[in-house]
Design a protein around this ligand. Structure first.
Ligand code: CO
Length: 154
């Protein structure tokens, strides 16, 4: 299980580096993806490299068909409409708030086999992609929150 860094750890504020495609199939990297999947499965619906101290553009998203790894993900198209939803983050424990996100996004990425994939995400899946890709740019949901709902002492 990987340790999840929490705000205000400076690693969470770095812009993560793209993964070299040649690295994806290497055993060490595949193992890292498995560890990320395992860590997320236990705790949430999404996880990004910087949250476990790895400044690489890798995210895990709980998709409609299950948890999946996406490498070098990029949003290339969004809906015009945005909507408010409740979010929390493993790196900001005990805090929930309302964040405005695009209703739909299209994402280009590489999967764990190094193949190009295009994902059309809507609903919760769309929110997770936007939240996790923000982590790769050093952005936390509390930077965008419109209204805090709840703060619990952890
Ligand atoms: Co998060």
């Amino acid at each position: 299980m990987l340790t999840i860094l929490t705000d205000p750890n400076p690693n969470l504020r770095q812009v993560a580096k793209p993964v070299e495609p040649a690295e994806i199939l290497k055993l060490g990297f595949q193992k890292f993806l498995d560890e990320m999947l395992e860590t997320m499965a236990d705790k949430g619906v999404g996880l990004a490299g910087p949250q476990v101290g790895v400044s690489k553009r890798v995210i895990i998203v709980q998709t409609k068909s299950g948890p999946e790894a996406f490498i070098n993900p990029k949003i290339f198209s969004t809906s015009l409409l945005r909507s408010d939803g409740e979010e929390g983050c493993l790196s900001v424990p005990g805090v929930w708030g309302i964040v405005k996100r695009f209703k739909k996004v299209k994402v280009k990425a590489l999967n764990r086999k190094g193949e190009k994939v295009v994902i059309k995400a809507s609903g919760l899946e769309s929110v997770i992609f936007q939240h996790e890709i923000d982590h790769l740019d050093g952005v936390l949901f509390i930077d965008k929150v419109e209204r805090l709902l709840k703060i619990e002492k952890m």
